[in-house]
Ligand binder design. Structure first.
Ligand code: V47
Ligand code: SF4
Length: 400
């Protein structure tokens, strides 16, 4: 664990600029940094400085606790009306025979395959199709709840909601209320991409705007419900667009407090219209997560979605502000594997997730979607504790 003294000694580092020292002082006093200071962090701060600050915040909030959950993904379709240039997964309606379109029965059959498994959440997200309307989704949520009431439904994004509410002629407020009544428990963070129109219009033209994305989350929070937020980074955006994006989220969070976690999503370039754009380096990834942890002072959690970023970088990120690595028992999502993510068949069982966290000196805690502790695995013994290969394994250090 990094001590406050490590942060204080940073302030005596003669190579650091006054601007960076001023930021470190703010962090030490738990004060908010400005948009300009956020930009300075991206443009000027050494990686070690960012890591020290981000880790200080992470450990003051959560100590060594590192959260994961047991969930599974359900993707109703990959056929989509929109043509986001970064998307490797969707198929246009005119090529729908190349994709899949599940009926409600198909989806219930998938959900039933998890009946004997100790999952706490189903994460539902996919393409946008006209036949998947308000009634389709409210019926689906009700049927899931009738079948397994305790299964948390984390489903759809403002991209789908904006489309189906407009089609169903209901306001955002009315629509979100109907979803809650049907059994929706929380909203995942997808569809956010980059809010600024300079970038959004280029990469995600046609779907809901940044303002609309934020308005739908705000209506959901007003119902006393929770959601997540993402940002797709490392493509054609500039640092100023990342700061603008996080600033919009910080302001909404000040108004509602409804966001649980922020998830930076690294752009992957395989099989999409942006394949000519290079992917960010690991150093840039570590920077992104650390700045997010420092900037979003009103978010409880920063999550690294390991099937996307890969196991080893996820482990490193636990020292750069991240306290949550999501989780899965059997990740069937295709959004990332089709875009060239590290994990082509992302599946880790609980023992593997626990080991991955322990091996970098953190405490593995299974949580539910709303961060209630399901089980603390700190002292849990497994039969084959040294079985797993290929993850970073740090020597155990004396933390006193
Ligand atoms: O909105 C699509 C992203 C998102 C690519 O809330 C891509 O717990 C990188 O939001 N490269 C959907 N990213 C997934 C999502 C999510 C994932 C895990 C947990 C949670 C949560 C939410 O996936 C999309 C888009 O930003 N995405 N294509 C790509 N080529
Ligand atoms: Fe459709 Fe979502 Fe892919 Fe955009 S990212 S094309 S909205 S499935």
């Amino acid at each position: 664990m990094i001590q406050t003294s490590d942060l204080k000694s940073l302030l005596n580092d003669s190579t650091l600029s006054q601007d960076l020292k001023a930021i470190a002082e703010k962090v030490l006093k738990k004060e908010r940094i400005s948009e300009e200071e956020g930009l300075t962090l991206f443009e000027e701060a050494p990686l070690g400085f960012l890591g020290t600050l981000a880790n200080h915040i992470r450990e003051s909030r959560h100590g060594d606790n590192t959260y994961f959950n047991r969930n599974f993904h359900l993707e109703p379709t990959n056929v989509c009306l929109y043509t986001c240039t970064f998307c490797s997964y969707s198929r246009l309606i005119k090529k729908r025979e190349e994709g899949w379109e599940y009926t409600q029965d198909d989806m219930m059959d998938i959900i039933k395959t998890y009946d004997d498994k100790p999952v706490t959440e189903v994460h539902i997200v996919g393409g946008v199709l006209p036949q998947y309307d308000l009634k389709f989704y409210t019926d689906l949520f009700k049927t899931i709840k009738e079948h397994r009431p305790e299964l948390h439904i984390k489903a759809l994004t403002p991209v789908e909601y904006h489309y189906i509410f407009k089609k169903g002629k209901v306001s955002y407020a009315e629509g979100m209320k109907l979803m809650k009544e049907a059994g929706l428990d929380s909203m995942p963070g997808g569809g956010a991409e980059i809010f600024h129109p300079e970038i959004r219009d280029e990469i995600a033209g046609g779907k809901c705007s940044g303002e609309e994305w934020l308005q739908i989350h705000e209506e959901w929070h007003k119902l006393d419900m929770r959601s997540n937020a993402t940002m797709l980074y490392g493509h054609i955006e500039k640092y100023k667009h990342r700061i603008h994006h996080m600033e919009q989220l910080r302001q909404l969070q000040d108004r509602t407090g409804g966001f649980q976690t922020f998830i930076p999503l690294k752009f992957r370039n395989k099989g999409n219209q942006m394949s000519h754009v290079s992917e960010s380096t690991t150093v840039e990834d570590l920077k992104m997560y650390a700045v997010a942890r420092i900037y979003l002072d009103n978010f409880d959690h920063v999550k690294a979605y390991w099937p996307m970023i890969g196991r080893n970088v996820a482990q490193m990120l636990l020292a750069f502000g991240v306290d949550d690595i999501d989780g899965t028992i059997d990740d069937t999502t295709k959004i990332y594997s089709m875009a060239g993510a590290e994990e082509q068949t992302p599946a880790m069982n609980t023992q593997e997730l626990v080991q991955l966290i322990r091996r970098v000196g953190r405490k593995p805690i299974e949580r539910d979607t709303l961060y209630k502790v399901v089980k603390d695995y700190t002292e849990e013994k497994f039969e084959e504790d040294n079985h797993f290969k290929g993850y970073i394994s740090l020597p155990v250090v004396n933390k006193d």
